[in-house]
Design a protein around this ligand. Structure first.
Ligand code: SF4
Length: 211
């Protein structure tokens, strides 16, 4: 897919996500201003994607995943890595805001999997996908049966000679919401390690889309 085609596909996909009405029970999702969706945010050329669980209320209002709250932990990681939030691609395993910031239900994660697949596998095609939270992890393991999972704490992996050049790497650090409540040295260590992973993802990315 050329850059233009991916851009057009993203625009179409964003409209499909905003119009999606797949989740109606027990809560009706994608009701504007109440349980509204936000499509993936940032650069579709990014070699690094971050996938969270669901859109929080503030994120819904801003139409930006990881806005404020635990997003501030990620903001500090981006700063350490020398990248802007808009340089990455950031999305969620479900694109809507569940009422009361509850956990997504399994059927909602399943319903939203096609949108996540289109964002990551068709359009962005990142080298490194960082999933935070158990729902993000479950979605990504299904989406990338062919990926190589890296251990957390992150260490620069040894690239194997027989690895395909376009191999996708998955990384599952703790959710920044959990880290937010930890002592300063733990937060500092988390931010340093995640920043290192982001730098590595940008540095080792092959150029151009993978398919
Ligand atoms: S969570 Fe996903 S599948 Fe469900 S209504 Fe929202 S956009 Fe559609």
């Amino acid at each position: 897919m050329t850059a233009d085609t991916r851009q057009r596909r993203k625009k179409r996909l964003d409209a499909q996500i905003k119009a999606c009405r797949k989740c109606v029970r027990p809560d009706r999702l994608n009701v504007p201003g109440v349980t509204e969706s936000a499509p993936g945010f940032g650069s579709i050329d990014s070699p690094v994607a971050i996938v969270g669980e669901a859109l929080c209320r503030a994120c819904m209002a801003k139409q930006e995943p990881f806005y404020g709250g635990s997003g501030r932990v990620l903001d500090r990681c981006f700063q350490r890595a020398g990248v802007d939030k808009t340089d990455l691609f950031i999305t969620n395993s479900i694109h809507c805001h569940p009422p009361g910031d509850r956990d997504p239900y399994p059927h909602e994660v399943k319903n939203c999997a096609d949108w996540l697949r289109a964002e990551l596998r068709e359009i962005v095609q990142p080298r490194l996908v960082i999933g935070v939270g158990k729902f993000a992890k479950a979605s990504l393991l299904l989406l990338y049966p062919d990926a190589r999972e890296l251990n957390w704490p992150f260490r620069v992996p040894r690239l194997r000679r027989l690895d395909p050049p376009r191999l996708t790497y998955l990384l599952f650090p703790p959710h920044p919401y959990y880290i937010m409540t930890r002592a300063a040295p733990i937060r500092e260590q988390y931010e340093r390690r995640l920043a290192r992973a982001i730098v590595w993802g940008f540095a080792t990315a092959p150029t151009g889309p993978t398919e």
